[in-house]
Design a protein around this ligand. Structure first.
Ligand code: ATR
Length: 276
């Protein structure tokens, strides 16, 4: 029987996931479809029951349901349990629906090869930072610093991780030359948002990697600033694609190609930006 996959969210019409997954399904000659589904805020439970009833083989979950979906699933994998957020649901052989989170791991994969001894600075302490911080820890990267406008929130995340240090934005700026990887996880720089920088980069280490999880615009003001220092910059499109590739591999048992789809999505977003 033809399989089908979905992404649920609200709003959902701008999601790039359907293009990405449909392209991969075609490339790999898998007889399946992937459809976007708009779910009303107060109808998540009914939506999940419907997906199960109709035999959906697996689905992605996006804003605002990543946390709220957990009670409606049969089980939650370690990748999602620690952060209390699910972005991928997998149907098991015995028809159970299990929640995973591939966002953080996808982000790490988007960086390419990195060394275990790297010092990592996360800017922001919200849901996105939390997912990435937990994934770094699970992968064995423990030299983590979390800098946030509200220091208490960074301290809370460090407590939860049981590793790393919490910093103010000013402290992070002053000791920036200590960090090999800098990850901007706040919504600053997102299209239509405040274009100011969370921290200044004048103490940036030579050969640092500067990443932003935002992909619209492809080059955020933060990455634009980083480029002035001739360091490698990574935009949020890689995270989107790699989290999707991981989800795809959980569902279909095969890892799809990431590089080609990144170029295709850049064209869809109307840019000609190349990551490296
Ligand atoms: P998400 O789930 O996308 O991470 P969030 O949980 O609302 O969103 O977290 C937003 C993050 O962006 C927080 O770290 C927030 O800092 P505070 O904890 O101090 O609120 C950060 N942020 C938002 N606007 C900011 C701004 N203008 N300057 C600095 N940090 C900002």
């Amino acid at each position: 029987m033809k399989k089908w996959f979905a992404v649920i969210g609200n709003p959902i019409s701008h999601s790039l996931s359907p293009t990405m997954h449909e392209t991969w399904l075609k490339q790999l000659d898998i007889n399946a479809s992937y459809i976007p589904i708009h779910v009303e805020q107060n109808q998540l439970e009914q939506a999940v029951e419907s997906l199960k009833l109709l035999g959906c083989s697996g689905w992605n979950v996006t804003i605002p349901f990543k946390e709220a979906i957990i009670p409606f699933l049969d089980d939650v994998d370690e990748s999602a349990k620690g952060i209390g957020a699910v972005n991928t649901v997998v149907k098991t052989r015995n028809n159970k629906y299990v929640g995973y989170n591939t966002d953080g791991l996808g982000f790490i994969e988007s960086l390419g090869p990195i060394l275990p001894e790297y010092n990592i600075l996360l800017i922001g302490a919200g849901g996105a930072a939390r997912g990435i911080a937990h994934a770094f820890k699970r992968k064995g990267y423990t030299q983590l610093a979390i800098a946030n406008r509200t220091l208490e929130k960074a301290m809370g995340l460090v407590d939860e991780l049981k590793t790393g240090q919490a910093l103010t934005l000013e402290e992070a700026e002053n000791m920036l030359n200590k960090f090999d990887i800098i990850v901007q996880t706040t919504s600053l720089g997102m299209k239509n948002n405040d274009a100011s920088l969370p921290i200044q980069l004048n103490r940036l280490k030579e050969n640092a990697i500067v990443a932003d999880i935002v992909y619209n615009p492809l080059v955020t003001p933060f990455l634009e600033e980083a480029k002035k220092y001739n360091v490698r910059t990574v935009n949020g499109l890689g995270m989107l694609v790699h989290q999707g590739a991981l989800a795809f591999s959980y569902w279909n048992g095969v890892k799809p190609d990431s590089e080609e789809i990144i170029q295709q999505l850049i064209e869809q977003l109307g840019g000609n930006y190349v990551n490296r």
